[in-house]
Design a protein. Structure first.
Length: 143
């Protein structure tokens, strides 16, 4: 496995302005034309899509998820950090509060953990994506 070594990394928050970089990273990871099919939308849905509305193919699913994620970003309801090497997006981490991830909050497994509502705003990390060429490389991020 050969990974490119990069001495300097930087980060930027996901926003309307950085959306093209997010798309670029996800399109590079997936099957040509589909991108990474999930687009980190799974936990942002309250429940599964009814079978009547469910996309029939992986490409349809990818297109639907991409549109949904774009809308969430436009509304400021999707948080994450993009990692860059030499100005190119090479990594992604999604995070957010409980209200951004209703699927987690409504999960019986999560509720069994018994977190008490102490008025603190608990955050969740739900997704990491690393460009194939950068996996296994130590990252020292500043920014």
């Amino acid at each position: 496995m050969s990974a490119r070594v990069q001495s300097e990394y930087s980060t930027r928050e996901l926003s309307k302005r950085t959306w093209p970089d997010f798309e670029k990273l996800f399109m590079k990871q997936g099957v040509v034309g589909d991108g990474w099919w999930c687009w980190c939308t799974h936990h942002q849905r309250a429940r599964s899509v009814p079978l009547i509305e469910e996309p029939r193919t992986r490409a349809e699913c990818a297109a639907k998820n991409r549109r949904e994620k774009r809308e969430l970003v436009k509304k400021g309801c999707a948080h994450g950090v993009l990692v860059y090497a030499g100005g190119e997006p090479v990594g992604w981490c999604q995070y957010g509060s409980g209200d951004e991830f209703p699927r987690i909050e409504s999960s019986p497994r999560y509720r069994r953990l018994g977190f008490e509502d102490g008025g603190e705003r608990l955050w969740r990390i739900t997704c990491f994506v690393v460009d194939k060429e950068y996996r296994g490389v130590e990252w020292l991020v500043s920014g």
